[in-house]
Ligand binder design. Structure first.
Ligand code: FAD
Length: 532
């Protein structure tokens, strides 16, 4: 096993991890970013549309604050939101200075120009800035364990997904920036590996998760290209008619009149489409957005953008197939307003963190929030760096983790694992029983089945490191599926993105956050009243 020493280890190379690394290197400390996917690619940052919600002009700080809290149905942690809205403008200005091109619009900044997605530009600007300040990178390495002793984080263990090389990281501090768990639903628009690994690393280190029942479902993705799901610009939802297989007008049927419907009525729109699919009024899982009678001049975007859109979805020729998908995990690790977790020397930022968005995320807040808390986590990590005379001896801990997470799980003589098959089962259970529309019975069924799948996944062995990485993702998906499901079962009301068919109304007495931690493999739930 190779042991690597660094001042700060950052796990995750999306917007949060990259911004944290820049902060650390700028402050003169070694920053090593380790990612299970290629750096700057194959994550949700890369796929992002590129909208940053940020105050400017008439959309002032108070307006941003108010919109964030009302979208979150007032479950947001106020200290985090205050910090976020205060710091976001300078973070966006800095990205522009680093070369990110874009335009301000009413409530924010958009990087999307001619290109369909803005994420690649964001990633490349951040990666270039990282290289300039000397950040180190290690890609295709999956971190499976945090090294925690006496509630202090000393580093991490991981393995290379292709070669099987083992890595022990000894670090003064660790920043978790592993993103969300949107990919554990069968229908999603996330990068494939978004299985919420950081939630499980945190749970295993005895940290708490908050608000895990709140998963955002996006109503408007293109469903005409097989399994590949691509977001359609939200404005198109207002311009065309939305119909089912029978030709019924769904905006009328579900009274979806507030515009932009894919932004302000995101939940109700996703619920309406899901209901239609469940009623069998779909065609191969899709409904239709008919833009054929729409005046092309009203379609937003440059001529180049529209030409690309026509090529991709032929909106001028045929009704566009649309479907709802899982999109964003609002819940996550509990942090304070400086990015500290409850473990010494362990920090977290980005979609792996909970509490900022409350019951639902305002569109465009994820990217700006990940920038703000990435920088804060990086800064706090440097401030709190321990001053050891001799670095702690982690050899024995590493050997234990290597045995448990790698050696005992790879067996080249075993038959191919059931990982992909189990992952598919988790996805379908989550989509059908713990997804857009949930009820007590469906959630209980899901929880029981997921426990069975988790048991099976834990008993499996993999033939090689690549298969092991998939099997571990499957195990993480099962744990997160269970945590989301039991949190959703606990919340007997509907609020934000969480809709209970058996409790369809918001209930004032539920103005509480659900916290969850694992105790001997079982979830332990507590309700915490949101402080005024
Ligand atoms: C299609 C789409 C469009 C979106 N558009 C917007 C938008 O326009 N505006 C907006 O505000 N938000 C948008 N979002 C949400 C936003 O993109 C994400 O919330 C944000 O990019 C998350 O950033 P992150 O750094 O936390 O995680 P990510 O960018 O997902 O990065 C996570 C990183 O962690 C690594 N990782 C995970 N587990 C491990 C492990 N075990 N070991 C090692 N590495 C690991 C991954 O490989 C990856 O490098 C969109 C999301 C999607 C899916």
């Amino acid at each position: 096993m190779q042991i690597i020493d660094t001042d700060v280890l950052i796990i995750g190379a999306g917007i949060a991890g990259l911004r944290a690394a820049i902060e650390i290197a700028r402050k003169g400390k070694n920053a090593l970013v380790v990612s299970k996917s290629s750096v700057g690619k194959a994550n949700n940052t890369y796929l992002a549309g590129g909208l940053f919600t940020v105050s400017h002009g008439n959309f002032n700080r108070d307006a941003h604050l108010e919109k964030t809290l009302s979208s979150g149905r007032h479950l947001n942690k106020r200290s985090l939101v205050d910090k976020f809205v205060n710091e976001a403008p300078s973070m966006i200005a800095e990205l522009q200075e680093h070369g990110l091109e874009g335009k301000f619009f009413f409530s924010g900044f958009a990087t999307r120009g001619v290109s369909f997605i803005g994420g690649p530009k964001i990633s490349s600007v951040l990666v270039t800035s990282c290289h300039k300040v000397g950040v180190g990178f290690l890609e295709d390495v999956m971190v499976t364990d945090l090294l925690v002793k006496d509630r202090t984080c000393l580093g991490a263990f991981g393995f290379h997904k292709r070669t099987g090389d083992l890595f022990g990281f000894r670090a003064g501090a660790v920043v978790l920036a592993t993103g969300g768990a949107g990919a554990i639903f069968s229908e999603h628009d996330n990068a494939p590996g978004m299985t919420g690994d950081g939630y499980v690393l945190g749970l295993r280190a005895s940290l708490e998760l908050i608000d895990m029942e709140f998963v955002q479902f996006y109503p408007l993705v293109y469903a005409g290209a097989g399994k590949a799901r691509m977001i359609i610009p939200a404005a198109l939802g207002d311009l065309g008619e939305i119909k089912n297989r029978l030709g019924e007008n769904l905006k009328e049927k579900y009274a979806l009149h507030d515009k932009p419907i894919a932004i302000v009525s995101r939940d109700r729109f996703a619920q309406a489409l899901y209901r239609e699919i469940r009623l069998g009024n779909d065609v191969d899982g899709a409904l239709f957005l008919d833009l054929r009678k729409t005046d092309d001049a009203t379609i937003p975007g440059s001529p180049g953008f529209k030409a690309q859109l026509k090529k991709l979805i032929s909106y001028d020729e045929v009704p566009v197939r649309i479907a709802p998908v899982s999109h964003h995990t609002m819940g996550g690790l509990v942090i304070d307003a400086e990015g500290h977790t409850g473990i010494e020397n362990l920090f977290a930022a980005g979609e792996v963190v909970g509490g900022i968005h409350g019951a639902n995320r305002m569109g465009g807040n994820a990217l700006s929030e990940a920038l703000v808390f990435g920088a804060l986590a990086g800064s706090s990590a440097v401030e709190d760096l321990p001053s050891y005379r001799t670095p702690p001896d982690i050899k024995a801990m590493l050997d234990r983790h290597a045995q448990r997470s790698f050696h005992s799980r790879v067996d080249k003589n075993t038959k191919a694992t059931e990982g992909p098959h189990l992952m598919k089962q988790i996805g379908q259970l989550m989509w059908k029983k713990s997804g857009i529309l949930r009820n007590g019975t469906s959630l209980k069924e899901a929880a029981t089945s997921i426990q069975g799948i988790l048991k099976e996944a834990l008993e499996q062995r993999a033939v090689n490191p690549w298969e092991l990485s998939k099997l571990i993702e499957c195990t993480h998906a099962a744990i997160n599926a269970y945590v989301i499901t039991v949190s959703a079962l606990e919340r007997t009301e509907s609020r934000g993105s969480h809709y209970r068919e058996d409790h369809p109304l918001e209930d004032e007495s539920w103005k509480k956050n659900i916290h969850i931690k694992m105790s001997e493999g079982l979830p332990e739930i507590s309700r915490v009243v949101v402080p005024r």
